[in-house]
Design a binder for this molecule. Structure first.
Ligand code: G16
Ligand code: MG
Length: 217
């Protein structure tokens, strides 16, 4: 039976969180604020606009709408400089094996990401041709934990919600998958992602046998 496997991008396929962090940290300096790696956890899976709001809150900084717009562009411009240097070596462990296994079993494979930069990143990683559908930050009106991004992914592949399986590294993303009525698989720490149906540290822990079980269930 054909199921839909929906992959988040950042933190699941590639570790771009470190680049987002560097760009936000430099912006924070302009607010005289020291943005820590720990605080960066709050930004995972969250949209660009919402991330700036959180940063302004943390820094206790009042910015005009015009200033916000300038900063959003500035942050993204710096982020794109890091992305530009990225190549296939940045793909997280065992992602190619899992994608190839699912495609060989004729399963649906789609992307469900909050990022507006998802397509250029997938091209850089030479993975874009593996995805039957891509739903990203340009396609959604409601951000995770709203299920919209995954609902659109399932619809694009014409697969019912209960036959969709989501891989996510953020709490907001797991909540989105759960409220969509999909199977949620957390990639990361068990104590952080406890709301997920399954949690694995990374894809090296996800065997072909487990994928087969998901397909046949
Ligand atoms: C990613 C990151 C977030 C980032 C968001 C928007 O989401 O986890 O930190 O703020 O995309 O990214 P951009 O500024 O590139 O549009 P995901 O859903 O891929 O984990
Ligand atoms: Mg993510």
């Amino acid at each position: 039976k054909k199921k839909a496997f929906l992959f988040d991008l950042d933190g699941v396929i590639v570790d771009t969180a470190k680049f987002h962090y560097l760009a936000w940290r430099n912006l924070a300096k302009e607010m005289n604020f020291d943005f820590t790696e720990e605080q960066n956890e709050l930004f995972k899976g969250v949209s660009r606009v919402r991330s700036l709001e959180i940063l302004l809150d943390l820094a206790d900084y009042d910015a005009t709408e015009d200033q916000k717009d300038i900063w959003l562009v500035q942050k993204n411009t710096e982020y794109l400089k890091y992305i530009d240097k990225m190549d296939e070596s940045e793909i997280l462990p065992d992602i190619p094996r899992v994608l190839d296994f699912l495609l060989e079993k004729e399963q649906g494979v789609a992307l469900g990401s909050a990022s507006k930069n998802a397509r250029p990143i997938l091209k850089k990683l030479n993975l874009i041709h593996k995805f039957e559908a891509i739903v990203d930050g340009n396609d959604v009106t409601a951000a995770k934990p709203d299920p919209q991004v995954f609902l659109k992914g399932g619809e694009a592949l014409n697969i019912e919600r209960k036959d969709c399986i989501v891989f996510e590294d953020s709490i907001a993303g797991i909540q989105a998958a759960n409220s969509a009525g999909m199977v949620s698989i957390g990639i990361g720490e068990k104590d952080v992602l406890h709301e997920a149906d399954y949690v694995f540290q990374d894809f090296t822990e996800i065997s072909d046998a487990f994928l087969m079980e998901l397909i046949e269930r």
